[in-house]
Write a protein that binds this ligand. Structure first.
Ligand SMILES: Nc1nc2c(c(=O)[nH]1)N[C@H]1C(S)=C(S)[C@@H](COP(=O)(O)OP(=O)(O)OC[C@H]3O[C@@H](n4cnc5c(=O)[nH]c(N)nc54)[C@H](O)[C@@H]3O)O[C@H]1N2
Ligand SMILES: Nc1nc2c(c(=O)[nH]1)N[C@H]1C(S)=C(S)[C@@H](COP(=O)(O)OP(=O)(O)OC[C@H]3O[C@@H](n4cnc5c(=O)[nH]c(N)nc54)[C@H](O)[C@@H]3O)O[C@H]1N2
Ligand code: SF4
Ligand SMILES: [Mo]
Length: 691
């Protein structure tokens, strides 16, 4: 069976073949994104299907302090419905909240949003994509009027002479994508912006290593260098953009020497980077989480977009700006209504026309649709408080490990009257739940995913699910019916749900109306928008104009601000967090694959040897990384390629190794993105300080 990987946004093509003696063989196939390649996580993905502790029956807890025990589906769903009703009767509709995930298929994300607004009638729904894509999405909307991570096929990158990667470590996070960077790399045009010398930076002709959280100043320095070097594309800026003068008034003050003072990146390197981009026939500026996951992340992305606009890249064939979406359905997951302020088709929930359209598809009065709710961290932070939700339903996320200030988030979850978690494995969040519902996963069900280039793909059911598990769609249907909804309004057939999604998205910015499972089964490559059954889809956006008034892109007048938590005498180092090749996200899935555990069995802190020595630490020691919120205990890994003022901890591990015990929940005011990529810490030997 031809299908796609369960993990990241590349959605690499693979084939699954059941083995005669049991188990499944995974092989890469020729799909443009991965062209026959897979990363280690993809190769071993089938092991997840029969993980020894795979959830196979619903579990319930009779009291908060009682252990989870097996239950029938009817018992578990009846219990959830009864307690949801009671909470809503006592505390109002918004006392029940929903938390979704960017790994859910489009069908699930759509039905989850509908379930929240129609069956629960709560405004309190958001999802983990808030922690992932939201800053780039907001900046993209502001600049181009539309947010599609890559507004061009990934394979277009292969034609570029120069590419700047800001805060993306694709050699570890999207290995098969590296092949599309080859030409730029061979021509000496690959530029990587990262405080660490990553495996990706090793491929680059130029590695710029800014202090964490100073990308905006760096992008201003580069913009200054482009203009001062006479490389501003005046014709393009005049014809296709607006707002340059206001943006330049700020950038004019940021000569590269000034940007060097703030970022630590030598002015000569800034000029070299500007020269490489300006001198390339075809060039791209791409951003990843390193530049986006800051309390000022939206403005940081805007600054990189400004640079791309000054160079005339967006909307030009063979060039552009793009954000590298992360989760398997990180793109589709942010289009169809599991976001607090959104309705399907990438519509705004406060837009009256959008409400009327979607309410008509749903067969409910538009006035009954709730308004916008809290963003992800604000929602988690409010759980169990006097004004916050008292019940939470989680689908496809493991916030006990992945949310910022995770110790506090775990306390908030424990303060709930009811926590329900739908998952395939007993994640750290599921283990805290009152009710755990076991669901089918990727290879056991059909469903569509929208990959990082806006291409909608069909993941096919390749094998039977273990007895006792149900699909997320069936769970939503079961709950909706128990809450008084008509079963027909909550289909559990993915194809039927997708057809409804098409109608709900019709006419919206992310229009899927013309996409259908059978077109995808036939192998058509369909990028949204695709408004009609005979429409060929839109692989490249913006070639004729941007999705803003007059077709013009907009420069944002953004200026550098310091990080929310600069280092000081007590916490003298920057800590940043991110990923390693072998593990995926909270690790709930990959920590159950033996080969991946052998590759990386626990967390570590990457630190410069001089910094380690000053802290009395050597390679292989146990260290504590302590912030104002908490401490992480990890192994020391000395690497000369990281800035001496910065340490790095991967966030895939649970318990005392949780990077998010220390991370800063300061939020971007526009996107609600937490500052995962920068907080102030000190480093001590593990036994040097009481816990
Ligand atoms: N192996 C693996 N692959 C994955 C995932 C995974 O968990 N594991 N997750 C998927 C998902 S959901 C996502 S979102 C993507 C994320 O993919 P990436 O964005 O590539 O991943 P990160 O490791 O979070 O961050 C990238 C880099 O940002 C750097 N960085 C830290 N602070 C700063 C800063 O202030 N400025 C700049 N310029 N860089 C900084 C870090 O050192 C890190 O190397 O990966 C996807 N692919
Ligand atoms: N410190 C720090 N924290 C971070 C980040 C960082 O860079 N640094 N990155 C952030 C980013 S970019 C992201 S995307 C988040 C991700 O963090 P999480 O939201 O925790 O992501 P996952 O670990 O993918 O969680 C998915 C859960 O859903 C389950 N699951 C998988 N498929 C299905 C399904 O079809 N249905 C259901 N019901 N469950 C399913 C999995 O088993 C797993 O338990 O973490 C964020 N947290
Ligand atoms: S790069 Fe992403 S989609 Fe491809 S095999 Fe690895 S995890 Fe799967
Ligand atoms: Mo992500």
């Amino acid at each position: 069976m031809k299908t796609h990987c369960p993990y990241c946004a590349l959605q690499c093509g693979m084939t699954l073949t059941p083995r005669p003696g049991g188990g499944v063989l995974v092989e890469p196939r020729d799909f443009p994104v991965n062209a026959g390649g897979l990363c280690r996580k993809g190769w071993t993905a089938a092991e997840l299907l029969d993980a020894p502790d795979r959830l196979r029956t619903p579990l319930v807890r009779d009291r908060r302090d009682a252990p989870l025990r097996p239950a029938t589906w009817d018992e578990a769903l009846d219990l959830v419905a009864a307690r949801v009703r009671r909470v809503q009767e006592e505390h109002g509709r918004d006392a029940v909240a929903v938390f979704g995930g960017g790994g859910l298929t489009n069908e699930k994300a759509y039905l989850l949003g509908k379930f929240a607004r129609v069956a629960l009638r709560t405004s309190q729904i958001d999802y983990n994509g808030r922690f992932c894509m939201s800053s780039a999405a907001a900046a993209g909307l502001r600049a181009f009027g539309l947010d599609r991570g890559l507004p061009f096929p990934v394979t277009d990158l292969a034609g570029a002479d120069a590419i700047l990667l800001a805060g993306a470590n694709v050699a570890e996070t999207m290995p098969p994508l590296v092949r599309h960077l080859r030409r730029a790399r061979d021509r000496g045009g690959l530029i990587v912006v990262d405080p660490r010398r990553t495996a990706t930076a090793d491929l680059a002709a130029l590695h710029l290593a800014p202090r964490p959280g100073t990308d905006l100043a760096l992008a201003l320095g580069l913009l200054h260098a482009v203009v001062a070097g006479g490389h501003l594309r005046r014709g393009y800026v005049g014809a296709r953009t607006e707002g340059f003068a206001a943006a330049w008034r700020i950038a004019a003050r940021w000569r590269p020497q000034e940007a060097e003072r703030v970022t630590g990146v030598p002015a000569a390197d800034q000029r070299a980077a500007a020269g490489l981009l300006a001198g390339a026939g075809r060039a791209y500026v791409l951003t990843g989480r390193g530049t986006e996951q800051h309390a000022g992340g939206v403005d940081m992305v805007s600054a990189w977009i400004n640079l791309a606009l000054a160079l005339g890249l967006p909307g030009r064939p063979g060039s552009g700006y793009g954000c590298l979406t992360g989760q398997g359905n990180g793109q589709g997951g942010r289009e169809h209504g599991q976001k607090a302020d959104q309705l399907p088709g990438y519509r705004r929930i406060d837009d009256q026309d959008a409400r009327r359209h979607v309410a008509a598809v749903w067969g409910v009065p538009a006035e009954e649709l709730p308004g916008a709710g809290r963003s992800a961290y604000e929602l988690l932070d409010a759980l169990g408080t006097a004004s916050g939700p008292r019940a939470l339903l989680v689908f496809g996320s493991n916030p006990v490990v992945s949310a910022p200030h995770a110790g506090h988030v775990a306390d908030r979850l424990d303060a709930l009257d009811l926590l329900v978690v739908c998952d395939v494995v007993p994640s750290e969040t599921a283990l805290r739940a009152d009710v755990v519902l076991p669901v089918t996963q990727w290879a056991e069900e059909d469903g569509t995913m929208t990959n990082l280039e806006g291409r909608v793909l069909l993941r096919r059911r390749a094998l039977a699910a273990p007895p006792g598990v149900r699909s997320d769609l069936s769970v939503l249907r079961g709950l909706a019916v128990r809450l008084g909804q008509d079963a027909a309004a909550f289909p559990d057939d993915p194809e039927e749900v997708f057809a409804e999604l098409g109608r709900a998205s019709s006419g919206g910015p992310a229009d899927y109306a013309g996409i259908a499972h059978d077109r995808l089964r036939d192998g058509e490559a369909l990028h949204w928008p695709c408004p009609g059954a005979r429409h060929p889809g839109t692989p490249r956006l913006f070639l004729d104009g941007f999705a803003r008034p007059g077709g013009r892109a907009r420069f944002a007048p953004v200026d550098h601000r310091d990080v929310t938590e600069p280092p000081d005498a007590d916490y003298p180092l920057y800590a940043t967090t991110g990923r390693v090749l072998a593990h995926y996200q909270s690790g709930a899935q990959t920590r159950r694959v033996p080969e991946l555990v052998r590759a990386a069995s626990g967390a570590h802190v990457e630190v410069h040897p001089d910094t380690a020595r000053r802290a009395g630490l050597a390679d292989g020691d146990r260290a504590r990384v302590v912030s104002r919120r908490g401490a992480v205990e990890v192994l020391v890994r000395c690497v000369p390629g990281i800035r001496p003022d910065t340490v790095f901890v991967p966030f895939h591990f649970p318990g005392a190794e949780r990077a998010n015990l220390m991370s800063d929940p300061a939020l971007d005011p526009v996107s609600g993105m937490p500052a995962f990529k920068s907080c102030a810490v000190r480093l001590t030997p593990a036994n040097g300080e009481p816990a």
